[in-house]
Design a protein around this ligand. Structure first.
Ligand code: NBP
Length: 468
């Protein structure tokens, strides 16, 4: 029997679709799932007639594979990954390649890479973005870890990855150790930020202007034709247009307003704090999901605590147009924060991340794919070491003229009592970043006052303490 060129362990929705994707590209695939029933159902269902065979034990799986073996794990991130590694390892040979395609924390990937490499195995931790649909038809793939492992996988991953408009595959080697999962983590942080920015604009337009879902669907659809063109805008327009089959009402109006999270956005913020990176808009998105989860308290508070009634009395078209410009400016600012974080991490963790390459492989397949990524690629082409996207001429020219729209939108949203934490954090980041002097002089004075922490002066060298 012909040996399989690739194996998939874990037949959740992502594992199944990726296995189908690889098989559809002409690579025979062997699959294994802890619960045997799922393997049987997959083989009798979506995998029927494809070059996909099932294994019901790890020795059987190892036997089915061409060497060096290429085995991807697509299981729940965390202890499940360690459990699979421990169970499968005794059946592997030096030079075999284990790939973790789940959303693992990059620090876990660092540890696993070191442990497995010490035993002669090659380990690849890869981010995969695109959800179910992307896994099947072409995701954006962000592999990191062993370069030798990447070289042995490049053909398969390149075939499976999304292709951008110019035919370029959305996969490339990100860097050593946990670099691939690190980049995926920041991708998700930016995703949280953009989703929250869109949600806040929706809130202003629906509560402030009384726009209904159908009208919003048209508006977001039109915006998606311009600068804001992106997957998240496209699906938002679709969502507004979807009617509930039972009631005929817009489905979005019937969905409970509690946003869940699996943790990658939170990890991005936690890591940004550790590295001293300013990711205001990502942090605001994480904390906005948290307060959305406080539904019972919010319901109780809404009866007890008064505020203004959201009711906009100015010119409707002006507010709508400001919302579009404000959203575009703040999305750029969210990307700027994410790329800044990756620049800092790249130095700190010796990942040598290539920002242009990252923008390039995010152009298709992934959740944050957007026309804007072409501009980001060009910005890093002009200056590989660009410290902040806002310093690039193109982005300065995009954001500076739109700051008025962002200020206008925020003034009215805040006046109406509509929470706009992410939008306002984007403006606060922008204003802080462009301020030659911030009030941190006072903070330093206070720290010195109560803790003798000392301060530096603008007019002389040295460290000073005052007996206040
Ligand atoms: P899940 O995250 O729901 O994981 C399900 C799979 O993990 C099943 O095959 C399950 O086997 C297996 N598994 C578990 Br749970 N514990 C195990 C253990 N101790 N040993 C062996 N197998 C174990 O599936 P998913 O939604 O397909 O996601 C897979 C990974 O991809 C996750 O890390 C996820 O975060 C990531 N991801 C998901 C998406 C998405 O859109 N869903 C996008 C990008 C990345 P069982 O059948 O026996 O229970």
């Amino acid at each position: 029997m012909q040996k399989a060129k690739f194996a998939m362990v874990g037949l959740g929705v992502m594992g199944q679709n990726l296995a189908l994707n690889v098989a559809n590209k002409g690579y025979p695939v062997a699959v294994y799932n802890r619960t045997e029933e799922k393997t049987r159902e997959f083989l009798a269902g979506p995998a029927k007639g494809k070059a996909i065979t099932g294994a019901y034990s790890y020795p059987e799986l190892a036997e089915m594979l061409e060497q060096p073996r290429r085995i991807m794990m697509m299981v729940k991130a965390g202890p499940a990954v360690d459990a699979v590694i421990a169970d499968i390892k005794p059946h592997l040979d030096p030079g075999d390649i284990l790939i973790d395609g789940g959303n693992s924390l990059y620090e876990d990937t660092e540890r696993r890479t070191a442990e497995l490499e010490a035993e002669g195995l090659l380990f690849i931790g890869t981010g995969i973005s695109g959800g179910e649909e992307g896994a099947l038809n072409g995701p954006s793939i962000m592999p990191g870890g062993s370069r030798e492992g990447w070289e042995a996988l490049q053909g398969i991953l390149t075939a499976a990855a999304a292709k951008a408009w110019d035919g370029e595959p959305c996969v490339d080697y990100m860097g050593p150790g946990g670099a691939g999962h690190y980049v995926k983590m920041v991708h998700n942080g930016i995703e949280y930020a953009i989703m929250q920015l869109i949600a806040e604009v929706y809130d202003v337009l629906s509560r402030g202007l009384g726009m209904g879902a159908d009208e919003l669907g048209d508006l977001f659809g039109a915006w998606n034709e311009g600068d804001l063109a992106s997957y998240l805008m496209e699906i938002t327009a679709d969502i507004f247009k979807k009617q509930d089959e039972d009631t005929g009402r817009p489905l979005v109006d019937l969905i409970l307003d509690e946003a869940k999270q699996k943790g990658t956005g939170k990890w991005t913020s936690q890591n940004a704090f550790d590295l001293g990176a300013a990711t205001h808009t990502i942090n605001a998105a994480v904390t906005s999901r948290i307060i959305s989860g406080m539904k019972e308290q919010r319901l109780a508070a809404s009866d007890l605590i008064n505020g203004p009634q959201p009711n906009f009395s100015g010119d409707r078209e002006t507010l709508i147009s400001a919302a579009q410009e404000a959203l575009y400016a703040s999305v750029i600012i969210a990307y700027a924060q994410g790329f800044d974080l990756m620049q800092i991490a790249s130095g700190e963790y010796h990942y040598a991340l290539d920002m242009k390459k990252i923008a390039k492989i995010w152009r298709a397949g992934c959740i944050i794919r957007a026309d804007l990524l072409e501009d980001i690629m060009r910005a890093f082409d002009r200056d590989q070491a660009l410290a902040n996207l806002l310093l690039d001429e193109h982005f300065r020219e995009a954001v500076v003229p739109r700051q008025g729209a962002l200020r206008y939108l925020l003034t009215h949203a805040m006046g109406m009592g509509i929470p706009v934490l992410s939008l306002s954090s984007a403006l606060a980041y922008f204003d802080a970043f462009r301020s030659a002097r911030l009030p941190a002089n006072l903070t330093q004075a206070q720290r010195d006052y109560f803790g003798a922490h000392t301060y530096r002066r603008v007019d002389k060298e040295g460290s000073f303490h005052t007996d206040w």
